[in-house]
Design a protein around this ligand. Structure first.
Ligand code: VTB
Length: 326
């Protein structure tokens, strides 16, 4: 077994075990799709994910989670999870990424988790992160967070061999992006404006033929940035992120988590420095994953799971006959 596995061979097993963790969170959240209650949907996803996570043979520490200990009773940053036997690992999770999407029953809500070698994920405070991401197969450094959106898009279109009009950028629909949107539109590029869910937005760049998205641009949550970087590390692609630490309080909070340079641009490999495992199950129907289906006889889930050390990406469609008891 290659020495860089999370722990000799066990990560192969953990990869598949992770599927259960996200499946169960997704099923719980999906029961509350379209009810207009973000909090309730998030809560059931958290409970479900935590219960399943605690069955894994790991000594895990949540490093990206539901929040600081005093604000999140469960899956808070620093919480130890797993059976307490097995490898020491770091865990980044979002039991329901896109609580509002789920509450409104709109596309691309996910249950997501990543396991990484201990001490290798960026410990990101819950602040904004400026992000740029593209999928695999492009020359290194093709896009750059400090270049203009115009230049990045021109470079991408050229490398893809298409006119800019055939490129689609994904951007969170927020007033703070008004200028960015205007600049991107002026290039002729199509924009998919999403209400939430930028982990999915970044991952969608890895398969433009399927998702229709070539590039992700804009500012979203920093924890979501680390989760997305961890996924991209497995599939391939390029990503950069910069924490937006615009107050002394945020700079101090980040410093406490180990961020010494508040202006640093993190590459994908700096946000996820070691080998990672990543899994996501669709809660609502999405561009890559179907949402949970509640059938007459079973519950169906659609999960993507990947492992950076091998680069294997699996999609698992499962039929559950026993999920009702949860
Ligand atoms: C994004 C989005 C998430 O937070 O990261 C967003 O992908 C950023 O914060 O689903 P704002 O909503 O303040 O723009 C989420 O919406 C999760 O809260």
């Amino acid at each position: 077994m290659a020495h860089h596995d999370i722990v000799a061979g066990l990560d192969r097993i953990l990869t598949l075990e992770l599927v259960r963790v996200v499946e169960r969170a997704a099923v719980a959240a999906a029961r509350l799709r379209g009810r207009g209650d973000e909090k309730a949907a998030d809560q059931v996803a958290v409970d479900a994910m935590r219960a399943e996570l605690n069955r894994l043979p790991i000594r895990g520490t949540v490093v990206i989670g539901e929040g600081e200990r005093d604000e999140a009773p469960m899956l808070y940053i620093g919480e130890e999870v797993g059976t307490g036997e097995g490898p020491e690992v770091d865990i980044a999770l979002d039991p329901l990424e896109g609580t509002t999407i789920c509450a409104k029953n709109l596309p691309n809500a996910l249950a997501v988790i990543s396991i990484a070698e201990k001490g290798t994920l960026l410990y990101a405070p819950d602040v904004y992160m400026q992000k740029i991401a593209i999928g695999p197969g492009y020359p290194k450094g093709l896009v750059d967070i400090d270049a203009s959106a115009k230049d990045n898009i021109a470079n991408l279109a050229k490398a893809k061999g298409v006119p800019v009009e055939e490129v689609t950028a994904c951007i969170l629909d927020r007033p703070r992006h008004a200028k960015l949107i205007e600049e991107v539109r002026s290039t002729g590029v199509a924009i998919r404006l999403i209400g939430d869910g930028d982990v999915a937005g970044v991952i969608h760049t890895t398969d433009p033929d399927e998702t229709g998205i070539d590039i992700y641009l804009g500012t979203g949550g920093a924890p979501e940035g680390v989760l997305a970087a961890s996924a991209l590390r497995c599939i391939g692609g390029q990503m950069q992120g910069r924490l937006l630490l615009d107050t002394p309080e945020k700079v101090a909070r980040a410093a406490k988590m180990g961020v010494s340079d508040p202006n640093k641009v993190y590459t994908m490999n700096e946000m996820a420095r070691g080998e990672t495992l990543f899994a996501a199950t669709g809660v609502t129907d999405g561009n890559m994953l179907s949402g949970v289906r509640f059938g007459r006889h079973d519950i169906q889930t659609h999960t993507i799971v990947m492992r950076s050390s091998s680069g294997t990406v699996r999609e698992i469609k499962a039929r559950h006959q026993d999920m009702d008891k949860f």
